[in-house]
Design a protein around this ligand. Sequence first.
Ligand SMILES: [Zn+2]
Length: 80
Amino acid sequence: MKSLSHAKRLTQCYESGNVWCYYDADATNSCGCGSNCYHYEYDEDENTIYGVCNGCNKEIYKVAPEDTDKWLSEGKWLNK
Ligand SMILES: [Zn+2]
């Protein structure tokens, strides 16, 4: 049974500790809630980074495995 607490999730943040948000300039993101901003969360168990909607916290997509290291080298990844 998988925990729903996301205890091993790390959120990509700026050096300041604020969550690093991305915006779709000309479209709402694909989750369907109407938000156009999202952030990245790294799941340590799965070694996978997810794009997560800021509006409703839904996982929108997975970052390609070959790009994971590149993303992890940017910003600070904090347990929020
Ligand atoms: Zn949403």
